[in-house]
Write a protein that binds this ligand. Structure first.
Ligand code: CU
Length: 163
């Protein structure tokens, strides 16, 4: 065996190894169709699950609390008005599942000036309360976990304290 033929065989072997071989060329046509249909169903099912879970969200647990829903789309409601000096009870719910790669479905309700920093996990809710300031004013709350954080206008809300 000459050195040249040995080199030639190695080169051929390397070339066939590097050849791209996708599923499309390996599988027979009927199997390709079935594979495609299965993948399409899987993706559609996942999309529907995500949409439904977001629309439904966790059930509220405290009827005396003001419900605030947080999702990647923003806060609902994005504005609250409370009386000065009042005890404010909020049930914060995350409408997003852990499937979200940005933040993992976690959201936050934070007002730095009032020392409020409440976080809530995917598809769960947390009840918290605070005492509104004694004087009228406007405060911004934010979520700094997802979607670019508190710089994102949709991850903000406004708390108005009325006299
Ligand atoms: Cu958020």
């Amino acid at each position: 065996m000459s050195r040249r033929s040995q080199t030639g065989r190695i080169q051929r072997h390397t070339a066939s190894y590097l050849e791209p071989r996708s599923l499309a060329t390996v599988l027979p046509r009927p199997l390709r169709l079935v594979t495609f249909a299965a993948l399409a169903l899987l993706v559609a099912g996942l999309a529907i699950t995500l949409v439904v879970s977001r629309l439904v969200g966790p059930a509220s647990t405290d009827a005396t609390a003001v419900a605030v829903h947080a999702s990647m789309g923003g806060f609902d409601p994005a504005a609250l008005t409370v009386k000065a000096g009042a005890t404010v009870k909020i049930e914060l719910s995350s409408m997003d599942s852990s499937a979200h790669t940005d933040g993992g479905g976690w959201h936050q309700f934070a007002i730095d000036d009032l020392g409020i920093n409440q976080k809530v996990g995917p598809l769960t809710s947390e009840v918290f309360q605070f005492t509104a300031p004694a004087t009228a004013g406007t405060y911004r709350w934010y979520c700094d976990i997802c979607c670019g954080g508190k710089e994102n206008p949709s991850m903000r809300g406004t708390l108005t304290v009325a006299a």
